[in-house]
Design a binder for this molecule. Structure first.
Ligand code: NOJ
Length: 569
């Protein structure tokens, strides 16, 4: 009891300090300094990430239930080339091999997610617990720990049980809050003695906007101007409830931390001397990360969201804002429910005011009313939306520091893709991306931002949602044509390994030699990959052709023998 009171007092104090520590972000100061040779604080954690649906495969194996992604990908026309995650990287079967890869890189942590329907096939704790699913995650966690790799576990990386979507409308329905809490509670009960870092939701922006506004992601709903706000409202409540459950029931025994992982691109004003551009850029960030971070750290939605959505709703003659409202009790319940902030970051945009023509109908995009621009000089090696703009990362990290009272941050995703047809393992552009982005993170730490760990996205090439397998983010290349899904190291594996073993960038001479050395090793992997169709061909010969020919031979000999015997009789 006394321990609980002290813990509570500690949280209240931490909250007061956080709120009072809120500062203004200086939009006009955009330092773009040269490369910074130095190392990270001792104990800085280096890792790589994945998620269940993107890598596990085994979509209907060992009692797993259907998720909204299983249902979505099996509808024609939703995913590039109608690809599915049915088998993906076969991570469900190959996790031991994958841990060997992590060990070889000397990773300190591995971020993965638990598939809710794999352990609760109908979504509900009261109905059926799939022990085979629990065993899979137990084995994975045990083996990580045996290899001194800390598991960072996400509870929701987008794969809601399909039953909950069908029966209740998924995140449109507030009942998800309790169901998600039950699922999380089960995870704390079964895995919490070993897992000390929990992430409730991965990138809720995407769940809300792509799942319920544009419909590009599962469950594919297009509820423009309302669906995303409602989904987000319930997600924030669910996050807070799970944090409180951990705080009340598990923290004192298990001594872990519960955070959320928000993804945010940086928005830079087109002209930093123009107030309207600064306001547009700030709106971009507030409608992205602030939508979730501000209630969780400061107690309510960003003022600018309330103003803009409220005004637009009024102009449409609606009696109330399309942005739901938290009651005073809810605000204080939600505020402060984050032990660390997980941050996913990939790219940057220049932002300016758009003046959306009225009459285009309601939408999240009309509400925030801005235009995004890119500099044609920015490199864009892979995904259409992903431009490499390293300085934006430092800006974003400093923004988080000023707005949310300098919270403890784990970078939960950062990385770059390449195009589908690229089978080049000497991924020069990825090494450059990691080098520059990680360096900007180092500068941010020098600025005083409290970053404790970094997670490269992703360990393996995997199922990139609506883009199928056409965008490869992995440090390891996965040959999806081969049913064994072999992994091949890209040059960036060697490069990342050097950053990890040096804990940063010790000096110019050394760092400059890393790329050269990495490229030397990747050409032999390239040859192996090039030989892979041959290997696949040979496998076909041994697995299909040889047994068929043998069977035919046996049959023919039997027939021949029969004729021979008949002739004699
Ligand atoms: C963020 C998502 O969380 C992850 O699943 C995805 O693969 C990356 N973005 C890259 O698009």
């Amino acid at each position: 009891m006394l321990q609980r009171c002290i813990l509570r007092l500690y949280h209240v104090l931490a909250l007061v300090l956080c709120v009072s520590a809120r500062e203004d972000f200086d939009w006009t100061k955009n330092e773009r300094t040269s490369f910074y040779y130095s190392t990270f604080p001792t104990g800085f954690s280096w890792g790589a990430g994945s998620s269940a649906y993107q890598t596990e495969g085994a979509w209907n194996t060992d009692g797993k239930g259907m998720s909204i992604w299983d249902a979505f990908v099996h509808k024609k026309g939703k995913i590039f080339l109608n690809d599915t995650g049915d088998t993906s990287c076969e991570g469900y079967y190959k996790f031991k091999d994958d841990i060997t890869l992590m060990k070889d890189m000397k990773l300190n942590h591995y971020r993965f997610s638990i598939s809710w329907p794999r352990i609760l096939p109908s979504g509900l704790k009261g109905e059926h617990i799939n022990e085979k699913g629990i065993k899979y995650y137990d084995d994975l966690i045990n083996m990580l720990l045996d290899n001194k790799i800390t598991p960072i576990v996400t509870l929701y990386h987008w794969d809601l049980p399909q039953v909950l979507q069908e029966k209740y409308g998924g995140w449109q329905n507030v009942t998800m809050v309790n169901y998600f809490n039950d699922f999380a509670n089960l995870c704390f009960e079964r895995f919490g003695n070993k897992v000390k870092y929990w992430i409730t939701f991965n990138n809720p922006w995407s769940i809300a906007v792509e799942g319920y506004e544009t419909g590009e992601h599962a469950p594919g709903m297009k509820l423009k101007g309302t669906g995303a706000y409602k989904a987000a409202h319930h997600i924030i409540k669910a996050h807070a409830k799970v944090w409180h459950t951990y705080d009340m029931q598990w923290r004192s025994k298990q001594k872990g931390l519960v955070g959320i992982s928000l993804t945010a691109d940086w928005g830079e004003p087109v002209d930093i001397t123009n107030q309207r551009d600064i306001e547009a850029a700030e709106r971009y960030i507030q409608f992205y990360m602030g939508w979730f971070a501000t209630p969780i750290f400061n107690g309510d939605y960003p003022q600018v969201m309330k103003d803009y959505i409220g005004r637009k709703s009024g102009q449409q003659g609606l009696g109330a804002s399309r942005l739901p409202v938290f009651s005073p009790q809810e605000k204080s319940y939600i505020k402060g429910t984050c032990d660390f902030l997980g941050l996913g970051h990939f790219t940057t945009r220049y932002v300016t005011l758009k003046n959306y023509p009225s009459g285009l109908g309601d939408s999240y995009f009309a509400d925030r009313d801005l235009a995004e621009l890119v500099d044609p000089k920015w490199p864009d090696p892979g995904s259409e939306w992903l431009y490499s703009v390293p300085w934006g990362f430092r800006r974003l990290l400093n923004f988080v520091k000023t707005q949310y009272g300098n919270p403890m941050i784990y970078v939960t995703e950062n990385g770059v893709s390449e195009k589908m047809l690229c089978t080049e393992l000497c991924d020069d552009w990825r090494m450059q991306y990691f080098k520059d982005y990680i360096n900007e993170m180092l500068k941010a730490i020098k600025d005083g931002v409290n970053v404790k760990g970094y997670t490269a996205w992703s360990l393996l090439d995997n199922f990139e949602w609506d883009e199928g397998y056409s965008e490869r983010f992995g440090l390891y290349y996965v040959d999806f044509r081969n049913k064994n899904k072999p992994r091949y190291p890209k040059a960036s594996v060697q490069f990342y390994k050097r950053i990890i073993s040096s804990n940063g960038f010790p000096n110019q001479r050394e760092v400059e030699s890393w790329k050269r050395k990495a490229v030397e090793t990747c050409s032999s992997s390239n040859q192996l990959l090039a030989a892979d169709p041959l290997i696949g061909h040979m496998e076909m010969v041994t697995e299909i052709v040889v047994p068929t020919v043998c069977t035919l031979c046996i049959l023919l000999s039997a027939v021949f023998l029969m004729f021979l015997l008949r002739g004699r009789i």
